[in-house]
Design a protein around this ligand. Structure first.
Ligand code: ADQ
Length: 494
């Protein structure tokens, strides 16, 4: 599958319907930098996956306008064509008041859904006021969609835990719309989900979609178990469908991916000299092996666990001091949420302690970069690493693991991957670890440092084949094909 064929498939499947993607995050943010209006590509898995698809297929992307200069560039309907340098699709920016953002985003999305769905022992918070704001925000997104659909037929593709009710509100006014929802993060089992006071309402909202996609079979099965234990619905496990209030909703797993060719091409264009320059910039000697990590600074990503393993490694193996550097890129995220502030401080403290204890001369064991890095720059960091360390405590997929594989088109490199990341189902030739075991992480680094070139090459070439074959265009194609297999008039039988 490639861009062109996906475009053809989408045109054939959805016909004259308008393709509308709805997510909280916008792909391009406009901000003021030194008084001038500048564009920035937004960091995060959802945007990385969807932008190439929207670029290939066109259509409309509705998202929250988070940039301070976003309003400067939009037309009277809140729209602007993107990507800024070669526009291919329209972005409609939704404005929300600070009070709504506080409840819908900080309160419900980040403090209820995120910890509820990621099993990492952070307690979800349930505030009635925030819940009302969440539904209000979903109404605002739905109104933005409805104002664009007007009299046209549409295929509305909503994303993630921010948008549980968007399709419902659209369909209440335009029942013939096709509604597809993709859930990017894990879906918990019923024993966890039922602690949510609004469990029933959430499931009823989501079941207004014709198709709901999850990253793995396990998450899809968890969703069906939750419905089974919460609603008076009929569940057909063979066809993987839920029948509720005279409607049918298909439940499927679609493991998300990356634009393999693009990452591989960008990586191929990065010269040895550029890598050396980047190493010099961070005070790393040219021939020093690098263990790299790239994550949002999120408590689900297991960054403290990586640091504890590095500390143990240096303490137990003094001979490894000055023999490698650990480079962690960690983009700041959700800075207004208390749990993230505490986590950020913990990470910085650990980095500081390890560097204080083990630095020798110009060598520092940990280089910590707490910044947003634009796309090509990030691939440079992945290419600089001989070993990539991914220790998510729980992760829907984890695109960085696939990006690292795509970036290895020369020296093979070793991927160390958490068994709790969705991508482990496909990247079976990674060294698999339990991120809760510092011992296992430490041993995996030791193993990676001494792995033979032949073994590295064999493992990496299998993983590259896998990611190349199952790229983001194939992900979208499979989802769209499932839409075309919906029973005729399934979305018209209200
Ligand atoms: P995330 O939790 O954001 O995604 P991930 O899938 O790894 O996690 O995607 C992160 C993306 O952001 C990658 O493309 C990465 O390159 C980029 N990124 C990370 N740090 C960056 C930085 N400092 N600067 C610039 N870019 C950076 C969520 C779910 C995942 C799921 C994706 C997609 O949590 O499980 O894989 O959505 O569905």
């Amino acid at each position: 599958m490639n861009r062109q064929r996906l475009k053809g498939l989408i045109e054939q499947t959805i016909g004259n319907r308008l393709l509308v993607t709805v997510s909280h995050s916008e792909p391009y943010i406009t901000t003021y930098i030194e008084g001038e209006v500048k564009w920035k590509y937004a960091a995060g898995g959802l945007v990385t996956a969807l932008d190439p698809i929207m670029e290939a297929c066109g259509g409309l992307w509705v998202a929250y306008g988070a940039g301070d200069a976003d309003k400067e560039v939009v037309d009277s309907e809140g729209k602007v064509n993107v990507p800024p340098d070669s526009p291919n699709y329209a972005l409609k920016r939704v404005s929300l008041s600070k009070s709504i953002v506080d409840g819908y985003l900080n309160g419900i999305s980040n403090r209820l859904f995120w910890p509820l769905c990621h099993f990492v022992y952070v307690r979800p918070r349930f505030s009635k006021r925030d819940w009302e704001q969440y539904k209000e925000a979903n109404k605002i997104f739905a109104d933005a969609v409805l104002s664009e659909i007007k009299e046209k037929d549409a295929f509305v593709w909503t994303h993630d835990y921010h948008m549980c009710f968007c399709s419902k509100y659209v369909k209440e006014k335009r029942p013939e719309t096709i509604g597809v929802h993709f859930w990017h993060i894990p879906w918990p089992g019923p024993e966890i989900f039922k602690i949510c006071p609004w469990a029933e309402e959430i499931l009823e909202g989501l079941l207004m979609n014709d198709l709901i996609g999850f990253q793995t079979k396990e998450f899809a099965a968890n969703f069906m178990d939750c419905v089974d234990q919460t609603l008076e619905a009929r569940i057909d496990r063979i066809s993987s469908s839920i029948f509720f209030k005279n409607r049918e909703t298909r439940i499927r797993d679609f493991p998300i991916s990356i634009d393999f060719e693009n990452v591989s091409r960008i990586s191929g264009g990065i010269s040895e000299g550029e890598i050396e320059k980047l190493k010099r910039y961070h005070g790393i000697k040219g021939d020093m092996p690098v263990v790299v990590g790239v994550d949002r600074l999120d408590y689900t990503k297991g960054i403290p666990e990586k640091l504890l393993a590095i500390r143990e490694l240096l303490s137990e193996h003094p001979e490894l001091r000055k023999k490698f550097v650990f480079v962690q890129v960690a983009s700041p995220t959700r800075a207004h949420v208390y749990e993230y502030q505490v986590h950020g401080e913990r990470v910085l403290n650990l980095v500081d302690k390890i560097n204080w204890q083990y630095s020798e001369g110009a060598w520092k064991p940990v280089v910590f970069i707490s910044d947003f890095i634009e796309r090509d720059g990030l691939i440079k960091y992945l290419k600089m690493g001989q070993i990539c360390l991914i220790t998510s405590l729980h992760d829907g997929m984890n695109l960085v693991s696939k990006e690292f594989v795509a970036a290895r088109n020369g020296d093979p490199g070793v991927l160390i991957l958490s068994k709790f990341a969705g991508s482990i189902n496909e990247l079976k030739d990674a060294i698999m670890i339990n991120p809760y075991s510092v011992e296992e992480i430490k041993n995996s680094i030791l193993k990676a440092l001494v792995m033979s070139d032949e073994e590295k090459r064999t493992r990496m070439s299998k993983m590259r084949e896998e990611v190349k074959e199952h790229d983001v265009f194939r992900w979208a194609a499979e989802l769209v094909r499932s839409v075309s297999r919906l029973k005729p008039n399934a979305y018209e039988k209200f």
